[in-house]
Structures are given as C-alpha cells and as structure tokens.
Design a protein around this ligand. Sequence first.
Ligand code: NI
Length: 266
Amino acid sequence: MYVDSHCHLTFPELASDLPRVLAAMADAGVDRALSICTTLEEADQVQALAAAHPNLWATVGVHPDNEGVREPSVDELVSLSKRPKVVALGETGLDYYRLGERSVADMAWQRERFRVHIRAARATGLPLVIHTRSASEDTLAILREEGAGQVSGVFHCFTETREVARAALELGFMISFSGILTFKNAADLREVAREVPLDRCLIETDSPYLAPVPYRGKTNQPAYVPHVAAQIAQLKGLPVETIAAQTSVNFERLFGVAPAVSGGRD
Ligand code: NI
C-alpha cells in the first residue's frame, strides 16, 4: 500500500543485503520503490536492479554533491532515460551546504549540471527529482529560467520553509517528506507538511540515510517509510491508510507508473 519515492538501493549499506531489504519492504506493506541514481557510473546498476524487479523503478542523474565523477550531457541523459523502468531525471539540484573554502560563485559547475538535467527533462517530458540544500533561491530561479511550465517533478527530502514549499507548488512540483519529519527538532517542518495539500505530497526514506524515529541513527530502508506516512496522518488528522493511498496515487501520476496490482499478497 505504501510507495517509497526515493531510496538508494545500490548504495552498499542496502545492496549488500538486498534480499533481506526487499523482504522487509514487502512485510511492511511497502509495495513499490523508486531507486535513485546519483552518478553516471552507477546508472547501469540502478537501472538493471529496477529492470529485474517488477516493483522497483529507476532514475538517471548526477547528484549535486558528487565531484570527481563523470559530467552528464543532455544527450547522454536523454539516451539513458529511454531504458526500461527509468521514470525520472535526478537526483539533481543545488547544494551550498558544504561550500568549505568556496563561495557560491565557485559553484557555477553545479548550476550548469542542474541546467543540463532540466534540459533533458524538457527534451524527454520526464519529471525531475530535485535536491536542494541551502540553495533554494537559486534552485527556484534556475527552474523558472530553464523550465517553468515545461517540467514537473518533486522537491525531495523537503526541509525548507513554507515560502519555498509554496513556490515549488506554484511551479507545479510535488513535495516529498522523509524521516526528518519525525525528528524531535523538526517542528517547523511539521508545520510546512500540515500545509502542503495531500494531493501534492510524496513520502520517501532517502535510505540508507535519515532513518525515521524510532530507528533514528540506524541504517534506513524502504520498510520504514510507513513511519513518515504515520507522521503526516497525525499532522493532518487523517487515517494513515488515506495517506498511503493518496501518496501512492500521486507517485503513479507524477512518474507515469501503473497502479499496483491488488491481491498479489494477502
Ligand atoms: Ni537521495
């Protein structure tokens, strides 16, 4: 009944124990998951994994934090995105959180990489999976410049303000909440989640990172995504089944995935 809209199943923490991770996912009622690509080097593996499992899908893209990896061109992204089970481009975006000695001006390469992903999204019609951290103004500005009205997608692992949420919604994007929503110090984010219309919400783990309470600090996995749904249910005063069903429909709509076949498990 649940969908994990963002996880990294090819990262060693999960890949090393994948049969158990997938079994735990099924036991937890998490029907489906989107496995996210973060480098071109891992694109084959992410796509092959999705192709091998009817309930997994894949993205193709290069994460803004990854340096010293192969830089994507629009043509290469477009070509990789035509493979079976690839339903989105990303994760892509901007991250000024760990600038170190650098200034925002030094991050022109990151902005250019982001523009390349948006152009590929425009060329293919596929949605974008957006990562933004300490860079929401530039993220929104570049999205408007390159793709306003022509691209859709999701702001994943949302931790920004209600103003940024409103701007993303206005651009036609969805907002995805992770286990951070359950953290004790995330009161502001919970207020944002209360405001985001349920038909624009997705849920995710971003596993192996950011395990929700009560697993905080442990290795995260798709099986834990119901804890994010439960938190949203509490905030909105709705049954968790309603959150599970609507976020699943939202996932299908955004990524063009057919509804899960019911009756496959009891
Ligand atoms: Ni991620």
